[in-house]
Each structure stands twice: as structure tokens, then as C-alpha cells.
Design a protein around this ligand. Sequence first.
Ligand code: AHR
Length: 497
Amino acid sequence: SKARMVVDKDFVISEIDKRIYGSFIEHLGRAVYGGIFQPDHPSADENGFREDVAELVKELQVPIVRYPGGNMVSAYNWEDGVGPLENRPKRLELAWRVIETNQVGTNEFVDWTKKVNAEVMMAVNLGTRGIDAARNFIEYCNHPGGTYWSDLRKEHGYEEPHNIKTWCLGNEMDGPWQVGHKTAEEYGRLAAETAKAMRLVDPSIELVSCGSSSAQMPTFPEWEATTLDHTYDHVDYISLHQYYGNRDGDTANYLALSLDMDNFIKTVISTCDYIKAKKRSKKTINLSFDEWNVWFHSNEEDKEIEPWSVAPPQLEDVYTFEDALLVGSMLNTMLRHSDRVKIAAMAQLVNVIAPIMTKNDGGAWKQTIFYPYYYTSVYGRGVALNPVINSPKYDSKDFTDVPYLDSSVVYNEEKEELVIFATNRHLENGLNVDIDIRSFEGMELIEHVVLENDNPKAVNTLENEQVKPHKGGKSYLEDGKLVGVLPKMSWNMIRLK
Ligand code: AHR
């Protein structure tokens, strides 16, 4: 079967905000302790951060990292994580029912993000706390000095303000599991008033209001409409969260789940724009897809974890080859909506549903999902173009007319590079593609990277990397056309210059 695509310089979706390639570190499981931070590990630097992990994070070129939660933030006292280590309290961490030692907190995390060349996306607690704690926290982080909280930061060894620009107003406040869960009315009022106070402290910040925890929430999308009614004038973004899994072992249906993500994004955009119209506003609210990934492999094991331990192995999904394909398509989906999706966070970054895994007594390695994330983050910078796709289609359990070819296209003007990301969802057959790139004259093929594997369930371990890309993709240029073959069940990156 054959698919056709037209890629044109003028079919511009948007300049891509690099923060679309963000990620997330929560105080959860071994993300912080045993992940980014492990003072007794042979690769630890003078501050206790693992160099092996930092190297992999740098390789991904993660531009921004959301912190410190997640569900955890909804009962977190930020003051517990600053100041002399010996004074930091051990607390019962209610979201994940573990003990939080607070050996890493705001300042250490800011240090770590500098080490890996990323910015911080900070979340405030709107579960158990509210306006007062949030305004103190931003004063501590961003005010230059001469006040109680900013001087305390200096006393803690941080003379210069952290100048954190992107802030989340709580986490998943629509979810009944959240400590301090709220109705849309309650959250909308609290978020608006907290945003006002935070902006009075630092008018240069950008704020993210909580959207739904998934498109499957019974309150979606009424939650967005009601909360935005309160927050519209005070925030810049609304969040989306979504995790997928292949619980029934139905790969054809699983690989189509990015269509659900596409629909979720479209509905949130429509809801934002409905409130815009209702308010006769000139302002547009953009989207922060600040939790997205595959999450289901570890669900059963997590039920066995004893409560109140320190940094147990929670949410340690071991990703398969087919998960990497869906991750690639989720990235494509967000790029095709990059006119509105300005921030996103692969959840999460290390050990906890993550592209990077570690052993406490060993090294760090790349999970299967590392690869589409890596290539899209590193090469998907510039302007997103709208590919006109004509592909054969299939029906699956939950979807009809699923195109076998899923693609996104990026033009990097600075490097004069055209980059095509493409997944072939076909489980048995390769897909011939004809890509009309006539508006780009004189391009030459740099590389065609392919991620493929005969076994959809193949995984990577520290010792054995079964799933890794190769550069032997079959494509060539012919009369202004790129002609190629995408192997069955494969993720591809074709780069031209
Ligand atoms: O990323 C894991 C958890 O998923 C987060 O803590 C929460 O926000 C979401 O439910």
C-alpha cells in the first residue's frame, strides 16, 4: 500500500515553542532519590547529582522540567525543602504514601536544572494550601532581596533570585484522589486569586491553570469551561494530562490512541475559545500538555509496595517497542497543534514512567521511548509545517479510519533543514510513501533514522538494548519528491538539507 504527502514551506502551523519538549520530575519513587540525586553513587558530583543521569538528560535537550509534583505537590510544604539539610523534616508524603526526607528541595532542584541546561516549571500547592503559601514561595524564589522571604533565600546561599518564569497553579485539582480536591467553582476562584497575588509579586511570570486529569474524566470539559470562567484574565495556559496503556494487548487499537490525544487537544482549544468568545476577550489561552506518556505496565506491582518507605521503586514502567511508537505519534500530534500547545512535559524523566532508568547500585540506560523523544526534541526545532497526508486507513476496536501513516514536519530555518517524523502503524506491511517537497529546492537527504523491531514487546535493560535506532532507512529523492519505505511498525525520522 502507498501513502502520499505534500510538504510545503508555506503551510506553516507555527513557530515551535521549545518548551513543548519539556519533562517532569516529581518527588515520587526513585525519580529524585536514586534518580537525579544519589550522593553515595560512584557517578555523583560534589552536590550528589548523578552524572550518568545528567548526561542522558542533556542528550535529550530537555528545555524545561516541571517540579515538584504531581500529586505530591498537593500536600507539600515548600518550606520543608529549603535551608540547612539537618533541619529539614521527614514527612509523611500523602499522595504516594512514602516518607519524604526533603534532602532535595527547591534550591537543589534549581541547581540541578542549571547542570542539565533546563528551566524550571514550578508548581504551587493548591490542595492543602493556597494564596499565602504561594505568594511567600514566589517571593522566596523570584524577589531580588530586602524582604523576609527573599532574604531567607540569600541566607540559604542563593544571593540571586531564581527568576522562575513558568508556574503551575496546583496539580490535577479535578481528581478525587488529589489531596484537597476541589470542585471547578472552588478551584477556579482559588486559582484566580492565587494567580493575582503571585503576579503582584512578579508580573513577569507565566501561569498554568489546571485542566482535566484526562479526557476520560466525567467532569471534562465542563471543568475547563467553569474554571476558565474564573481564571481567564489571570492565566496564560491551561493544562492537559493524558496517559495511555495497552491493557488488552490490542496493538492496532493501542497505536491509534494518539487520535484520542488529538481529539482531547481540539476539545480543550474549543473550550478555551468558547470562554474567549463569552468574555469578548482578545486574549488567547494556550495549552500546556504537562503530563503525557504511556503508563500501565507497573500498575499491579505498585499495589504491593509497603507504605511509608523512602524512595521505593514506584511507577517503574519498563517500556516496550510498541510504546515507543505511540510516544512518537503523541509527539507528532502535539507538533501538529504547536500553534496552541506551547508547553508539554513527558511524564516523567527518570525511573518513574520515564525514558531514563537507573539502578541504585549500577548505571543508567535508555528505555525504548527515549528514542522518539530524543530525535524529536533535538531535531524538531523551528517551524512546524502542516503535512497534507493521504494514507490508507484501518479500523480498530475504538477507532475508525486510522491512517497507517502518522507524521509531523519541522523546518529549521537556521540550519535550513527539513525534518519529517513518521510512524507506520501497519503491523504487517511496510508503507511506501511519496512526499512532495517541491517547494524546497535543492534539498539532499542527510539521514533516514528508523526505529523498528520484529517484537512489539521488546524492551531495553542496562545490559541489553534490544530497541535502538539504525540509520539504514530506505528513501531517496526523485524529481522534487522524497520516495521512501517505512518498515512495518516503525518510527522514522527523515532529515534533509
Ligand atoms: O505522573 C504521575 C502522576 O500522574 C502525577 O503525580 C499526577 O499528576 C498524575 O496523576
